[in-house]
Design a protein around this ligand. Structure first.
Ligand SMILES: *Cc1c(COP(=O)(O)O)cnc(C)c1O
Length: 386
């Protein structure tokens, strides 16, 4: 397989001046992952700083309610509250190794921005985050978090003023300032980012496999994860990709697939190019990314990673959708029955797991990647519940 290409997807659709920067990054990454000292430091920080391994929790009450064994991979218990920190620590260490003094990143809801600012603070690096003006207004708490961690938040005022424009602005800055390190938040973007982010997230699946074998002495029947760009899904799927375990990715159907207000790139998109790579994309006739929507801002992206795109064509994973309403119901059920408030993103995976469990025999095992905690969502959901 050609480097950075997943079937028809991936690649480097970028200006010439960026190819060399990306290739240097790729070379350094390849060396780093083979360097025991580098990887030991990454594992050490994930353990003592982030709190890994995250537990695999048998959710007994949900299992009894829905009719088969449901396990939750507790990425919500990581420092900063989601799986994103696994990747930001990995890439920040790489930046340090390359002698970079400054990290930049894009952010939508501010979760990746906060995780990046955290890693930059930890390693004593300068940090600048690009965030759309609409998101800055909606996600004030994360803006404060980033600022407290010492990051500069650069407000992007173009176009829709959300994630897509934030990525555009960060990429423009990177081309002009190649001495900085661009820390991308999901398995998207030009090569080597999709491979690099997956490598820093695959620990989720490696731990999960060990944990389920210890607890059940067998492999699970299903592994379910929500899909924004696809990094928590690839993180937990990768270890199981060549096994009989059924992998299910859950996309946001928003207000319903027929309303046009959704972000289900794999289920409803077609191959196209966005932000320097090829993937399943929600696009108009001219190939421009469509406006997308989800109740979970972390899932709100018109494209999806090249590797999850290839998994669709190969049949390695199956993709389904869950509406806002179904995700909200799962959010409330999980909170009340298990005392775990999940992120709205993760609630999509939970909602599908609940539906699926009802159709399965009680000995079957479903593992849900609980990608993050819902603290960021409580105010919003409380208003909806009222
Ligand atoms: C950002 C985020 C996601 C979506 O990103 P992926 O790259 O698809 O994992 C999912 N869950 C949570 C909690 C997030 O913060």
């Amino acid at each position: 397989m050609k480097k950075g290409v997943f079937g028809k997807y991936g690649g480097q659709y970028v200006p010439d001046e960026m190819i060399k920067i990306l290739n240097d990054l790729d070379k350094e990454f390849e060396k780093a992952v083979k360097d025991k000292e580098f990887m030991d430091r990454y594992y050490f920080l994930l353990k003592d700083y982030t709190g890994r391994p995250s537990p695999l929790y048998y959710a007994e009450k949900l299992s009894n309610k829905y009719g088969c064994k449901i396990y939750l991979k507790r990425e919500d218990l990581n420092h900063t509250g989601a799986h994103k920190i696994n990747n930001t620590i990995g890439q920040a260490l790489l930046a340090e190794r390359m002698g970079k003094k400054k990290i930049i990143a894009e952010t939508g809801a501010g979760q990746h921005g906060a995780a990046t600012a955290t890693a930059a603070a930890l390693l004593g690096m300068e940090c600048e985050i690009f965030m759309g003006e609409v998101d800055v207004q909606k996600q004030k708490m994360n803006v404060f978090r980033m600022q407290l961690l010492g990051a500069k938040v650069n407000v992007v005022k173009e176009g829709q003023r959300t994630l897509k424009e934030a990525v555009d602005a960060a990429l423009r800055y990177y081309v002009k300032n190649p001495e900085v390190f661009y820390l991308l938040g999901s398995v998207v973007g030009p090569h080597p980012y999709p491979t690099m982010v997956r490598e820093f997230q695959k620990i989720i699946g490696e731990e999960t496999k060990k944990q389920i074998l210890e607890k059940e002495n067998r492999m699970p029947d299903y592994v379910v994860a929500c899909i924004g760009g696809g990094s928590n899904a690839m993180g937990i799927f990768y270890e199981f990709r060549n096994s009989p375990v059924k992998l299910v990715g859950v996309e946001p159907a928003g207000l319903g697939l027929d309303t046009g207000k959704h972000a289900a790139a794999l289920c409803k998109g077609s191959p196209g190019i966005i932000h320097g790579f090829c993937c399943y994309l929600l696009q108009d006739e001219k190939g421009n990314p469509k406006e997308v929507y989800s109740i979970a801002s972390g899932l709100d992206y018109p494209g999806v990673g090249p590797e999850p795109s290839h998994y669709k064509d190969e049949g390695t994973a199956e993709y389904v959708t869950i509406t806002d309403k179904e995700a909200l119901d799962a959010f409330n059920v999980c909170s009340r029955m298990e005392g775990i408030i999940p992120a709205l993103e993760s609630s999509h995976a939970l909602a599908y797991a609940f539906k699926l469990a009802k159709t399965l025999d009680k000995e079957k095992i479903i593992i849900v990647n609980l990608s993050g905690r819902g603290d960021k969502d409580v105010e919003f959901v409380a208003k909806l519940n009222a």
